[in-house]
Design a protein around this ligand. Sequence first.
Ligand SMILES: [Zn+2]
Length: 361
Amino acid sequence: MPLNLASIRQAPKALLHDHLDGGLRPATVLELAEDCGYDGLPAADAEALAHWFREAADSGSLVRYLETFDHTVAVMQTPDGLRRVARECAEDLAADGVVYAEIRFAPEQHLERGLTLDEVVEHTLAGFRQGEQLAAEAGRPIVVRCLLTAMRHAARSREIAELAVRWRSQGVCGFDIAGAEAGYPPTRHLDAFEYLRANHAHFTIHAGEAFGLPSIHEALAFCGSDRLGHGVRITDDIDVPGSIEDARLGVVANYVRDKRVPLELCPSSNVQTGAAPSLDKHPFDLLARLRFRVTVNTDNRLMSDTSMSREMLKLVQTFGYGWSDLERFTINAMKSAFIPFPERLRIIDDIIKPGYAVLIG
Ligand SMILES: [Zn+2]
C-alpha cells in the first residue's frame, strides 16, 4: 500500500502527548463561546479563527502562542463545554485512525465558573466515554485515557497528583507537569512526585523542550519521570562527529536509551516552539536510528493544524520512513502507555500488528 495521508489514516496509531485544550474544532470554539457568553475571540467565523490559531502558533512569539490557550480554556469552564470538547477529541482522533490516546489537560485551569477539580475531571471523563462509544458505533474503536497536568508556575501540583490518584481507576492513567520550563524546574514540585511514587502512579514531565539537558536530568534523577514530554534536547548529550555509528552518548543520553525512557516527540510543535530548527533538522531521525524509544505525537492539533496521520506523513516525507518504521513508532508508544500491561499487549497484538500487516501486504 503506498504511503499517503489516506493510507496512513487507515493505519492504527497510538498517541501519548496531546493537550485537550490544544485540539478543539474551530467551529466548536465559536459555538461554545456563544453559549457561555465569552466575547474575547479574535475572529467570528471558523475559517478565520482556524487561521488565527495557526498564525499565532507560527509567529515565533511565545506570548501570542500562549494567548491561543486563553481562548480555548475560556470556553471549557462548564460541564457542557468540557464534555463536548472531550467527546469531539475522542471522535476526531478515532476518525484519524488513532486506536489509543492519552489526552492531558490541567484541571486547575477550568475552575473559573465554579466547578471543583473533581467535577472538572468527572465531566471530561464522561465526554471521553461518550466519544469512545460514538467512535465504536462508527466502526472506529478507540481507547482514550486521561493525564492530569499541573502547571509548573502554579503551586497546586500536589493537589493535582492526589486528584490523579483518586481518579485512576476511572479513566485517569497518569500525571504531567507543563508550562514554561525556564525558571520553573520540575524539582519545585517534588512533593507531588513523591506522592505519586508512593502510590505507584505513572507520570511524565514536559522536559527538554525549551530548556536544555538540566531539565531532562532533573525530571529523571530527582523526580523519577516515567517518560519525557518532548525530551528533544537529549541531543545536547549526543555527539555525532561523523556517521551515526560513531555517535558518542553522554551519561544522561545513555541512561535514557538504556532505560528505554520514552520520548514524546511532537515534530510540528517542536519546530513551532523552536525546540527543533526545522523538520529536516529535527532530531527524530537521529534518535530513531540510535534506537531511542521514540514516539510520534501531535501536542496541539488546533494550533499546529495537524493530526497523527499528518505528523506521520511529514516524517515519511522528510526521512523516507516506510510502514515498518511507522509500526515500530506505534508499538513504541503502545509499550510506553500508562495502562495495565495486558491491555497494552492486547492493542499491540490484536490491533496494531494485524493493522500494519495488511498495509505492508
Ligand atoms: Zn505538550
